[in-house]
Design a protein around this ligand. Structure first.
Ligand SMILES: *Cc1c(COP(=O)(O)O)cnc(C)c1O
Length: 456
């Protein structure tokens, strides 16, 4: 039996959820054009669409919100957040933003010129979008093993160091305004990056004088993976590990909707004073005054508290055991998943689960439809619909055909995960009966959010 560490909290406030009957689920799906993004959350029983901004705040966070100082400039809330930022991240300057992509937008606005390239292990889609929106070119240089869904290794988010140095020489430093790394690597299955890799990446960027920014969304989960897996870190606290990680960089962007443990928020942090002046000017134009960014004072207080809660060892042990537990149950049921388990999400290998469907029949989309139809579970297709290229009615398929089940923080319990595993075991048993799907309407950009489908 897979292990499950009991939730390190008890429930004080409840949000009812309902499983509407199958006929109602069928109607809801049809109305949504067989795209789970079109469902009302009211009609969803277990919502695993994303771990972004969907977690539960603690009593301490709610209490902190009551102390929020809504002054336009210089609020107490800002200085409480600043104290947490200085302690954990240690950069000289930072600005709050309304979410992660706003921080990316500002970073690109102040550093990136058209035609320039930005390397990372793998850019998240909003980062990629912000780089492209300024005429830049995002480059993914994660070690090749990340592309093999069965290969198990401790730090599958690591950058390929040789490839990075070769790429820098080929691209030319003058064409690289800054370099990044995403921890954990969301686009690559939420896989962690080791401290050794972070150090080596930092050394390379410094050798070539390329400013180094960490996409820090899941910094606490990454720190805990280092503690568990990397020699020399077992006795360090997640806070100490986080401090060491960020000491290697020149700045960071973050969506606080992840390990900030809040429903909305983000920041851009950096050391360079001259650059910070330009960041502030950009922030004032787009987000707000530098001591509140895009947020209310009370949001800053919730974040100041949440940044520490994400680093608590009892929380992190439970968080990682949740995904490990669900993966264990799925392995037992023979449901194919991407290995090893990341912390924030489980990726189902839809092509392998539904081998009778061709890629044209969109097995990922078919599986996300089945999950809702059979169990009221919402998960996201990350396969052909999300990443495939469609030209003149012909698809070019991405390497993998996945469905992502993300785990909101402190939100669902072991029995919810058991329910999800049972529904998936049932889907596997009658996989051969699951029909393919046809896309009948698709927007030009970010297709998977609004495309419409019909059942074959
Ligand atoms: C969520 C996320 C972002 C973007 O943050 P938003 O708050 O959604 O704008 C950037 N990078 C990574 C790795 C993310 O997971």
């Amino acid at each position: 039996m897979p292990q499950y560490i009991p939730e390190p909290f008890r429930i004080k406030m409840v949000e009812p959820i309902h499983l509407i009957d199958k006929a109602a689920r069928q109607r809801a799906l049809k109305e949504a054009g067989y795209n789970v993004f079109g469902l009302r959350s009211e009609d969803v029983y277990i919502d695993l669409m994303t771990d972004s901004g969907t977690g539960a705040m603690s009593q301490e966070q709610w209490a902190a919100m009551m102390t929020g100082d809504e002054a336009y400039a210089g609020s107490r809330s800002f200085f409480r957040l600043k104290a947490a930022m200085d302690d954990i991240f240690g950069f000289k300057h930072f600005v709050p933003t309304h979410q992660g992509r706003a921080a990316e937008n500002i970073l690109c606005a102040v550093l990136l010129k058209p035609g320039q390239s930005v390397p990372s292990n793998m850019h998240f889609d909003t980062t990629e979008g912000n780089i492209r929106a300024r005429g830049g070119i995002p480059s993914n240089l994660v070690a090749q093993i990340a592309y093999d869904p069965q290969a198990e290794t401790d730090f599958k988010g690591n950058m390929d160091l040789e490839a990075l140095e070769a790429w820098i020489n080929q691209t030319g430093v003058e064409n690289i305004p800054f370099g990044m790394i995403t921890i954990t690597n969301n686009a690559g299955g939420g896989q962690p990056v080791s401290m050794a890799n972070l150090k080596a990446v930092s050394k390379l960027y410094r050798k070539y004088k390329i400013p180094f920014f960490i996409d820090a969304c899941r910094y606490a989960e990454n720190a805990y993976f280092i503690k568990l897996r990397e020699p020399g870190y077992a006795d360090k606290t997640p806070l100490e590990i986080a401090q060491e990680m960020f000491s290697l960089a020149d700045g960071a962007t973050m969506s606080a909707k992840k390990d900030g443990m809040v429903n909305m928020g983000g920041f851009l942090a950096l050391n360079d004073a001259a650059l910070f002046e330009r960041v502030k000017a950009e922030l004032i134009l787009r987000e707000g005054f530098p001591t509140y960014g895009g947020l209310s004072g009370r949001d800053l207080d919730a974040l100041a508290t949440g940044l520490y809660e994400a680093l608590r060892e009892d929380y992190l042990a439970y968080r990682l055991s949740q995904s490990e537990y669900l993966c264990g149950r799925l392995r037992e049921a023979g449901v194919p998943i991407v290995e090893p388990a990341g912390a924030h999400a489980i990726y189902l290998n839809a092509a392998e689960l539904l081998p009778h469907l061709s890629r044209e029949e969109l097995p990922g989309q078919a599986l996300s439809i089945s999950l809702y139809l059979e169990g009221g579970i919402r998960a996201v297709e990350l396969g052909t619909v999300a990443f495939g290229l469609l030209e003149d009615g012909k698809w070019t398929f991405p390497a993998l055909e996945l469905v992502r089940m993300a785990l909101p923080r402190r939100t669902y319990t072991q029995s919810h995960l058991d329910y999800v595993a049972d529904v998936l075991a049932g889907i596997k048993d009658k996989a051969a009966q699951i029909k393919g799907v046809k896309m009948i309407h698709a927007p030009e950009l970010l297709r998977h959010f609004t495309a419409q489908f019909e059942l074959a």
